[in-house]
Write a protein that binds this ligand. Structure first.
Ligand code: HT7
Ligand code: ZN
Length: 848
């Protein structure tokens, strides 16, 4: 399969003035009639053939301006030669047959539990009909659906319906990737929203019968998202209806199809008994994310797939802002940075590193990555920090005014900021074109009453990019005096050179610096800091992110010393955490975060970045030892904390209650290390919510107890797919290193291990890949098992197989024996006959 390059972009040869689609639905023989009104594109002068994308289609008929023709077709396209095309506008009508019931890749039109649904991003529409399947070809769609199923949905507004049919009209021109169709026996939970200009919008969350009572939170999140976007961005919704549909078989989280968002059911359905607090927060964020795409993605879309970060980075940034406003902004920021480091820093440090705006790809589905999404959002956060809030608002208003209806580029986006602020952003643009996480070395000096901070940036080599240029880095800094008072409140230092110093005068004593407050740039801070200084910041920093960060850095220092030098758990860390955890003036959610230790993969990444070879077994043991020491250090006060955090109030998913539950569960986890599991068993039996059940089960599994509770959980939830996914992944992610692969083998033998379902595959095989010490066990059993399953899934669902294959992206970090084993598995995957281009591209990049 060939590589596509950004530099080769050309507009499409023709423009599309209108699209009329008729679907006659049948599981194994759906007929799709497409009437496409074309005219030559003045941006491509001269005469050109018309080449439409199409894959897996059976062409039944084709007419040009009403005359039957026989176009040239191959496996990927339909072509009409230039000499056979009129020089002006013309209409092409095709009829094709497709088989949604045989579509296991879940791309195009497919079936999930008897329901028809679509997934067209990025290039799925070509599996539905012949079409110029690229985001810069935008058109108005009219859709007719014929089926006996009771609910027939598509994009836009409903225009008419009768027995066995329905018609939809979308007044907003859109690219084909935003097309959607759903047909099924569905029930809705409905509401309404009045936009600020007075438009009444009917809202529906469609689910399988029986699930209606689990949609309230999704609907409420949607209404809050609509209101927030009006208030904060001044943007309102633009159709009469907004439909959300939950499906069980879905490759990703959700999809922002115009007026008809389709969701993985795990990000819609929630009740206190079935969803954890984390699920609630994620549902709120994903509902908001998809809704926000209506402006950032749909009204203004991408010119080509290289510009994916234009819609994804901005929409993630906006959903982070929204979640911060709905919940504690500080806690959300910490959680977002934890996720960024776990996924994006990991990607950026390995063979799959690529720029936020890649310059080439084989399979675009492989570029829906943490770099495009999360680093893309961080880049926008930096832009906002650099220009300030008021200028950001002006720039966004200009962006919406100038580009509404466009298929835009990163150049368009940056130009808007340049025009709104007068700044030159050519150096800033490097954040889009250069991969890798910059390392920021910091030194400080106190001489003659002048405090100087000197920063040096290192931009590491990444695949295909051996050398880099200095980037613009906004560094938010505050200074504290030795009493813990803030003597210099947060200021932004704008670093533009490879090395740069900033002076602070007028201070009475050498200050303690709080650097990179709020994580103002996605960089690795490299500064040798004494444990006492980290403990000081953990106790006093007024910036909540950096306060947490001080504790995290201290924990990492301790763990690195334990793993590499056999050191003991440090008292500085234990005392610092104890002070925060029992400080009643602090938000419980924040205290819970301070109790959480760095993940094992994060530790391996940290050790590798320090140019050492991580040992997964030792990291696992050190982490466990730290938890044991913490449990002893926090002592009896932990019990009081645990008891006092239960106020007996009825369940609410709000952030306040969720924070108290998080702290209570963290306390339970530590108490369980000392009581052999008595309290956790009791907590499991009395649990009033899924958060509490999972919290108690995790505590038990961590001390290798809980067999009865594990069985009881499975008996109770055996018929509930989403809850059983939690059960599978909980068991595997808590398995001991040597046990993880054998346990996975046993669980894959269960009748309900439906590996064709992406959620189930991820909750089992993905969970093994996420059990750091288990996946990287020196036996190689983890590598082998994951590779076996990737090979098995790939022919059915290449997208999900390719995504899960990133489990191997860190293989170069480890010792020679592990590297040899992992590499052998990757090479074995490559020898598989009929390997998909998706998985091949990933494996080849990982081996390069
Ligand atoms: N924009 C959506 C991306 C997406 C997707 C991409 C490839 C394959 C399947 C997919 N499902 C959804 C989701 C989003 O970012 O909002
Ligand atoms: Zn998105």
């Amino acid at each position: 399969q060939k590589t596509i390059h950004l530099a080769d972009y050309q507009p499409f040869t023709h423009l599309l003035d209108g699209v009329e689609l008729t679907f006659r639905l049948a599981p194994s023989a759906t007929r799709v009639v497409a009437r496409l009104a074309f005219r030559p594109n003045p941006a491509r002068p001269g005469r050109h053939p018309l080449r439409l994308d199409g894959e897996g289609l059976k062409l039944l008929s084709c007419q040009l301006d009403g005359q039957p023709i026989t176009p040239k077709t191959d496996k990927r396209s339909l072509t009409i030669l230039a000499k056979d095309l009129p020089q002006g506008p013309f209409t092409l009508e095709t009829e094709v047959e497709i088989a949604p019931d045989a579509n296991t890749a879940l791309e195009g039109l497919y079936m999930s539990n008897g329901m028809y649904c679509t997934q067209c991003e990025a290039e799925g529409f070509r599996k539905i009909t012949y079409y110029p399947d690229r985001p810069d070809v935008m058109a108005r769609f009219k859709v007719r659906i014929e089926s006996d199923l009771p609910v027939l949905l598509s994009n836009g507004n409903p225009v008419a319906k009768g027995k066995g049919w329905a018609e939809w009209d979308d007044p907003w021109p859109k690219p084909a990737y935003l097309f959607a169709l759903v047909a099924g026996d569905l029930k809705a939970r409905s509401g309404t929203f009045r936009t600020f200009s007075g438009r009444k919008v009917a809202l529906n969350v469609w689910v399988r019968p029986g699930d209606e009572d689990r949609c309230a939170y999704a609907l409420d999140s949607l209404i809050r998202s609509m209101k927030w976007e009006e208030e904060v961005y001044g943007r309102e919704y633009d159709l009469d209806v907004f439909n959300i549909v939950a499906v069980d078989d879905f490759n990703m989280g959700a999809m922002e199809n115009k007026g008809l968002n389709i969701f993985n059911s795990r990000y819609v359905l929630a009740s206190p008994e079935t969803a954890t607090d984390e699920d609630y927060a994620r549902i709120e964020a994903i509902i908001a994310h998809e809704y926000f795409h209506n402006w950032t993605g749909n009204r203004i879309t991408c010119r080509d797939w290289f510009q994916l970060c234009l819609k994804e980075g901005l929409t993630v940034f906006r959903d982070h802002q929204f979640s911060g406003d709905m919940r504690s902004a500080a806690v959300r920021r910490i959680e977002d940075v934890v996720a960024l480091r776990a996924r994006q820093f990991r990607e950026d440090a390995g063979p799959l590193a690529h720029p936020v705006r890649p310059e080439s790809f084989v399979e675009i589905n492989n570029f829906y990555t943490a770099t495009v999404y999360e680093k893309g959002a961080e880049v926008i956060g930096m832009l906002k920090t650099l220009v300030g809030d008021a200028a950001y608002k002006r720039a966004l208003d200009l962006y919406f005014d100038r580009h509404d209806g466009d298929a835009a580029t990163i150049e368009d986006w940056l130009k808007v900021f340049e025009d709104a602020t007068g700044r030159d952003l050519s150096q800033f643009k490097l954040w889009y074109s250069e991969a890798g996480t910059p390392r920021l070395k910091v030194q400080d000096d106190w001489t003659d009453g002048v405090y100087t901070l000197t920063f040096a940036q290192e931009n590491p080599a990444t695949p295909g990019q051996p050398t880099k240029q200095p980037k613009v880095i906004p560094i938010n800094v505050g200074l504290l005096n030795p009493n813990g008072d803030e003597v210099v409140p947060t200021i932004m230092l704008e670093m533009t050179r490879e090395s740069q110093s900033f002076r602070f005068e007028g201070l009475a004593a050498r200050p303690i610096p709080s650097i990179l407050r709020g994580f103002s740039a996605p960089v690795i801070l490299d500064r040798a800091v004494a444990p006492s200084e980290r403990a000081f910041l953990l106790a006093h920093d007024t910036d909540p992110f950096n306060r947490w960060e001080a504790g995290r850095a201290l924990a990492k220092d301790v763990m690195v010393d334990m793993v590499t030098k056999g050191a003991e758990v440090s008292a500085d860390w234990l005392d610092g955490v104890a002070a925060v955890v029992f400080d009643e003036s602090l938000d419980p959610a924040f205290r819970a975060l301070c109790l959480r230790l760095p993940a094992e993969d994060d530790m391996a990444q940290t050790i590798h970045a320090a140019k050492r070879v991580p040992d997964p077994g030792r990291i696992h043991a050190a982490r466990r030892e730290m938890l044991g020491a913490l449990s002893v250090r926090l002592g009896e006060r932990l019990q009081r904390l645990y008891d006092n955090l239960d106020d007996g109030a009825p369940f609410s998913p709000d952030a306040g209650q969720a924070g108290r539950r998080a702290l209570r569960i963290a306390a339970l986890g530590l108490l369980t290390r000392r009581d052999g599991g008595k309290m956790a068993s009791l907590a499991f039996a009395r649990a009033k919510s899924m958060t509490e059940s999972i919290g108690a089960l995790s505590a038990l599994l961590d001390i290798r107890q809980g067999a009865a509770e594990v069985a009881a959980f499975a008996t109770r939830w055996v018929g509930d797919r989403n809850v059983m996914d939690k059960w599978y992944s909980l068991l595997i992610s808590h398995a001991e290193p040597a046990e993880a692969a054998p346990l996975t083998v046993r669980l894959t033998g269960r009748d309900d291990f439906d590996w064709r379902n992406p959620n189930r595959f991820r909750s089992v095989i993905g969970a093994l890949a996420g059990n750091h010490a288990g996946f990287h066990h020196r036996s190689g059993a983890g590598y082998r098992l994951v590779a076996d399953w990737l090979i098995r899934l790939d022919p059915l669902n290449p997208q999900t197989a390719a995504r899960v294959s990133t489990a191997f992206e860190t293989w170069p970090r480890y010792d020679a024996a592990r590297r040899r084993r992992a590499k052998a598995e990757l090479e074995r995957i490559l020898t598989t006959p009929t390997l998909s281009p998706d998985l091949r591209e990933m494996v080849e990049r990982m081996l390069a």
